[in-house]
Design a protein around this ligand. Sequence first.
Ligand code: SAM
Length: 862
Amino acid sequence: MLHLRRRWIGGLNAFNETIQQHSLRHGVKLLAVRRSVEAKTHNLQNTTVCSYNASIVAHKKTKRWAHVLQLIEEMWIHRCTPDQYTYSSAISTCDAGPSWSYAIALASQMVEKEIEPNSVTTSALISSCSRASQWQRALVVFESSSRSSVAISNAAMGACVKASRWSSALKLSQRMWQEKLEMDLVSFNSAIHACDQGGAWVAALRLLSQMEDISLQPDTVSLNAAISACSQGQRWAAAVHLLSEMPAKKVVPDLISYNATMNAAKAAKLWPLSLHLLDQVQGSKITPNLISFNTVLAACEKSGRWISAQQVLRQMNENALPPDRRSWTSLVACFSRGSKWMEAHGTIQELRQMRLQQDMMIIGAAASAYQRGHQWLFAMEVFSQVLSLNLQPDEQLYSSVIAASAMALQWETAMSLLQSMPARRLQTTSASCAPVLTALLEAKHWMKALELFNKPGLAKDTQMYSRMVMVCEQHNLVELKQPLLESLVHDLAASADQQSLTTLVAGRSVSRRPGARARDVPLSGSVPWRPYAKEIRLMEHILETAVQGDPASVCDAFESFGLNMSGTSKAWLKLAAGEKAQVLVAAACCAPAGLMLEIGTYCGHSAIRLAAARPDSRVVTLEVDPVHAIIARALVEFAGLSSSVQVWTGYSRDLIPFLANRYRDSKGTFGFVFMDQRGSRYEEDLASLQRLSLLREEAVVVADNVLKPGAPRYLWQVCRSGAFDTEVVRVFEFAMPVEDWMSVSVVRGGTTAATAAFATPSELEELSQVADEMRNRAQTSGGVSFTDWSSFAEKMQEGLHKHGISATLDVHSFAGREKGVQPASSQELTFWKSRGTHPVLAMFLILTSSYKDSDRFVKSSQ
Ligand SMILES: C[S@@+](CC[C@H](N)C(=O)[O-])C[C@H]1O[C@@H](n2cnc3c(N)ncnc32)[C@H](O)[C@@H]1O
């Protein structure tokens, strides 16, 4: 007993400082003097401990802690010794509100008077420490308490949770479980709350199952905390599961349950799920609040779903819930991501009229929209607005405004903005430097550009190199390009792989190295991923296995390497090979004379195929990644096609206007185009080609991957605008057992600029965004499994079908003629023409005729 008391005293010694600061002893004494006078008057001498205790309990109910303190002091004066019960009641009265320090003072008095504390006093004392944000002291009291009890442990866990010490709280709950204390709802709820704080979703689910084991019914608080833990732990599926299970557990979900699940959907960028949950809330008797709407808006923002965001804002108005700054920021950011600068601008104007105070978030989102829309004057205007509002511009805002100015060739403005960043203690990054560099190069200030580029500490990324290399190539700045490429290769992660690139950059052409052995082809999942390791191995494989100067053997080597890669899309080689190559070559063979354009060179596989298939033509191919471009040039040279294939480094949006100047031809420059860049750019790049009159009459335009990841906006243009005749060809993805589509279109005469005004239905806009999300997912470290690709392709097919877009030709059972162009019989051509098929496509159909279509032809022509 004595030992336990010592422990208790030891624990309390830690409070000395607090007691000195907050002790009421002094105040209590003064009160007691007054009270003792009153006591005399009221003849309280005969009052017993019991009656004092009764009065204290009465005051406890009304939380009159000052009276309780007076009574205790009085008891001492009248030599009526307070007991354990007196102190328990008194401490729990003082535990509430600002009087927590008196609880500590009372506890200290108990120690002084050698009165043994019970579990009520201890837990009340722990709560007091917790209120005083003294979680460590709460734990000291807990550890020094003589016996374990649920109340004491709950109080200690509560103190840890309040102080966000989630792991300490979880340890306490584990201890309770191991010590077989009868954990109650409060214990579990505190523990699950701790899991929420730490995103410990596994522990939260384990606690729920422990509750089930002891037949303890969780309540809304338990389940909401568990959903929130899953959300913190990025487990949206578990969060949705918990929400859907609530009715079965006889727990009614409330707004917090829905908001927490929506938050999980937002974190996973699952905007359709968050919209669905919002619909569910609205369909139930719960009224969504600002948090609900803002969570859904933020989910839309993450994916740039501006149409959905607009709908959510309308719903807010219908619910008489005015959007706040956060809601507006999400909307403007959605417009920015969706490249809708005019809509973003309209919203900013609306906010000004509403006199809504704008903050850095909204302004930053607007500046980014202006940057994407090349609106440097508006970007500068918002920048000035930031200064006039005495806000501190951040790096993001600087980058947007600099990029917008640089794109408008305002290099002086861009440069002075960049130079003013350090004065504001802002770090210059590649996002802010790259546009200035490009603008300087465009303005032919080569030396200034080089000076900036060589500035120590400048973070250089591939995009920056790409833009620099692009300008050097366009202006034939060989002396400038060389150090850039050297620096690029040097900046790549140091590895043996780097050597091959160094050789190429040094200007030494690659050739077959007799005796050298290609490294094992497959890049298994266990091989650590290094930048460009896959591409460098591919190159080495081709150099070792193909015949120099023989394009067919080079293409075979590309394919054999690709077929040996396996697993997820991360290891998969993104070539238009296999069936796709057959469609590509057949379409190219039907195209009118003129240059052939490819957007998306990668390592040069399809460019080599095209050049080999049409020796009468030249291929111009664009590649944004400078390392891919280096490898592609080397392999084109190895295939003996350097004079037929020209590789340009740069982003298609920047390069197409350059092509217009470089290759202008009065008949239109390109007779054939192969779109194999990011599918979300197809439509815009095609529109640029049309606007700049770069397409010949009856030019053939082929696009790959129009089903997976998909290019719904582009398909809508080529299938439904009336400006093209199009066949949509069903093929197998190269080296993947998944269906994909390629589109083969012929530009109808006189319609080269007609598609711009042809609006895409909103559902297809949405589908385009889904496609982009899949593209992003494919680029993440996990990649996308073949099964996921397959089910994605099915869904995309359904979505397109609703808008009348389906495959028109099946090449799975390709029965076309052997390689190369063979003259089609006049009977075949007449057949297709009689069916209204464009003669160029008729030719293509004959070349790629599948069993199905051959049958159709044979039966109809008999
Ligand atoms: C699917 S791969 C091309 C495969 C290649 N056509 C073949 O079949 O061998 C796509 C390539 O396009 C490049 N790319 C993506 N978007 C681009 C753009 N807008 N402009 C230029 N290149 C782009 C990527 O860096 C990547 O190397």
